[in-house]
Design a protein around this ligand. Structure first.
Ligand SMILES: N[C@@H](CCC(=O)N[C@@H](CS)C(=O)NCC(=O)O)C(=O)O
Length: 215
């Protein structure tokens, strides 16, 4: 039976789980849940969280557990070394993530928010973390400037366009998921190495970027 992967389109953790199927060319059914659907995730894994993998009536949460589980099914591909430099970069960019991404995701035409209730649920929950979205958006210019500096800093760390450290590793899941979320930010400047990595990983993993709905 084809495995089912329950996801939100905006969600970087869901991107990690989607990536392993795309990279390994394994068929799966992508099921996009409404953001205010609490009942289904709670029924499946006991809490309101995605991604969730359903296989033969069994449910698995936690994005990187799903990656490891799918990877070991036949010839593993996520076998490369990780780099402390990439972990440090992801840590450094983290404070920019919510204020730049959440307010833009909140108004994007994604299936996660196909109903007014689903969009309102997201807005309410995430504004509690970031503060009012209009205030975040008001700081866009300086936040994008900071992001651009960090993208410049990332460029020389990218060894290959299909594997940040030269061979596919868990770093690629964390890095591509983060960069794909940032692709919703209009006017960010991607150095060539970063742009090529983003496009290549999107194509190989079959996870589309959010640039089509960038704000
Ligand atoms: N550690 C989990 C984190 C998953 C997570 O935080 N998912 C978010 C979506 S991006 C979620 O479902 N949050 C609950 C909500 O949005 O209501 C994983 O890696 O899968």
């Amino acid at each position: 039976m084809t495995p089912k992967l329950y996801v939100y389109e905006h969600c970087p953790f869901c991107v990690k789980a989607r990536m392993i199927f795309g990279l390994k060319n394994i068929a799966f059914e992508k099921v996009i849940l409404l953001n205010d659907n609490e009942a289904d995730p709670i029924r499946m894994v006991g809490k309101k969280t995605l991604p969730i993998l359903e296989e033969e009536g069994h449910f698995m949460g936690e994005s990187m557990d799903i990656v490891a589980h799918v990877d070991k099914q036949n010839q593993p591909i996520v076998v490369g070394p990780t780099s402390p430099e990439i972990a440090a970069w992801l840590k450094e960019v983290m404070p920019l993530s919510a204020p730049l991404i959440m307010p833009r995701v909140a108004c994007a035409p994604l299936k996660d928010f196909a109903t007014t209730g689903a969009r309102a649920y997201f807005l309410c929950k995430k504004e509690a973390l970031t503060g009012p979205f209009n205030e975040c958006l008001g700081k866009s210019e300086s936040l994008v400037e900071e992001l651009n500096l960090l993208l410049e800093k990332l460029a020389p760390m990218i060894k290959e366009s299909n594997a940040v450290n030269g061979q596919l590793s868990t770093d690629d899941f964390h890095l591509f998921a983060q960069l794909r979320s940032f692709s919703i930010v209009k006017n960010a400047h991607y150095p060539l190495e970063v742009a090529t990595y983003l496009q290549t990983m999107s194509k190989l993993s079959k996870v589309s970027l959010l640039d089509a709905v960038a704000v």
